[in-house]
Design a protein around this ligand. Structure first.
Ligand code: ADP
Length: 390
């Protein structure tokens, strides 16, 4: 049984083939839209098979490059799973793609203009290249569909929710779900009996409060700009400050969007980089790098503490994605001085857990803290195999 997973994003396409939940092929094309796009494929043990630069001018071309490679390598694909960023209010679960599902993904383009068009194109190209094979849509928003309405609706005039569907949707749902399942497995308990806070700290970052296997709240909102401070996104900022800035700097709404999504966060505050490695490297040399580091950790701590309140306690906190998996320094800063909430870190375990799974809380800590490598593609493959019954 081979399942192909496609993640057709805004400027890159990532893909993988799984055989009985084992990754046997993976690849990506980055810098789509440029003459020097990068194409890379890895084999079943993760060794790079091909890595080259070529002109890939649009997503259509990128998807054809990948589809042709799969054909050439003669995989026996039996089902295809697609990462779809936005499922709106309709999809609370992954679904088998049909014409109605495609129409709804198209309708959600207004909510995710940088992602849903390319997600849909990925489905259409797979339908052409792999006729008769089941396509499954796995939505980033679906896991958060259980968030109670009173946590999801913004305190704006209600008619804007009704008219424009302005509300919290949340993102990274597949990753949060994967981390919840993996943490429960490690704790040898059913998710039904656990309160978990999952911190997905990558380029984009979000935190989710999970109770009895269900997302109760998450930090991203109507868009993935909300919540935590991120690499280049601002996270939560007083909305009136944004409007004031537009007025005094005479910035259009479109340009302001670039400011809050591409020029803010670690990059905007430090003036050095969006990459946490660079920030940590410069921490003693640059006061702004230090400030950016402290701010980043502060926002994560603040969300964790507020979710402990919402959940009425927590059994387990999970750190994952690029920063969460690889930066003990960030984890230590976030979790220090939280003993009164039952959280005690084992310094040695924390510093020796880099890029691998492990428990980093001290034995006497009431709350288990763990580092888990996320794998959204594997989660999509598992869901796809289940739904397509292959
Ligand atoms: P994406 O959200 O694009 O999937 P990742 O989860 O791969 O991103 O996270 C990428 C980010 O992880 C990088 O931008 C960098 O800030 C951070 N990162 C990777 N390795 C380290 C490290 N050793 N220390 C601190 N941060 C790291």
């Amino acid at each position: 049984m081979q399942v192909f997973v496609l993640n057709s994003g805004s400027s890159s396409v990532k893909c993988a083939v799984f055989q009985h939940e084992k990754r046997i092929f993976s690849g990506f094309i980055e810098r789509i839209g440029f003459n020097d796009a990068r194409v890379q494929y890895k084999d079943f043990v993760g060794n790079i098979q091909e890595d080259y630069i070529e002109s890939v001018l649009n997503h259509h071309q990128a998807l054809l490059v990948i589809a042709n490679t799969l054909k050439k390598l003669q995989f026996k694909i039996e089902a295809i799973g697609h990462r779809i960023v936005h499922g709106g209010e309709k999809f609370s679960k992954p679904v088998i793609v049909n014409e109605e599902v495609k129409k709804y993904i198209r309708d959600c383009i207004v909510l995710a203009p940088l992602h849903n068009p390319y997600n849909l194109l990925g489905i259409e190209i797979c339908e052409q290249y792999f006729p008769g094979i089941t396509n499954v849509a796995v939505f980033d928003t679906a896991f958060h569909s259980t968030i109670p309405k009173e946590y999801a609706i913004y305190p704006l005039p209600y008619e804007y929710y009704v008219k424009y569907k302005i509300r919290k949707y949340g993102f990274h749902g597949t990753s949060h779900q994967y981390l919840m399942l993996k943490a429960s497995e490690l704790l040898n308990k059913s998710p039904e009996n656990l309160k978990i806070i999952t911190c997905h700290l990558g380029n984009g970052a979000s935190i989710t409060a999970i109770k009895n296997g269900k997302s109760v709240d998450t930090s991203m909102g109507f868009t993935p700009t909300a919540g935590l401070m991120m690499g280049t996104r601002c996270g939560d900022v007083d909305p009136s400050a944004i409007i004031y800035l537009q007025q005094v700097e005479n910035i259009s709404a479109r340009d302001m969007e670039v400011v809050i999504t591409k020029k803010s966060g670690l990059l905007g505050v430090s003036g050095i980089s969006a990459d946490m490695r660079e920030i940590v490297f410069n921490i003693d040399k640059s006061t702004r790098a230090k400030l950016a580091f402290k701010m980043y950790c502060y926002y994560v701590k603040k969300y964790i503490a507020s979710y402990i309140g919402i959940l009425n306690g927590v059994d387990c906190i999970v750190f994952s994605a690029g920063v969460g998996e690889n930066s003990p320094r960030v984890r230590e800063e976030i979790l220090k001085n939280m003993e009164n909430l039952g959280i005690i870190i084992d310094k040695e375990k924390n510093f020796s857990t880099v890029g691998k799974d492990g428990i980093i809380s001290a034995d006497e800590s009431q709350v288990k803290v763990m580092v888990l490598r996320t794998d959204e593609e594997l989660m999509i493959a598992k869901i796809t195999a289940q739904l397509a019954k292959v």
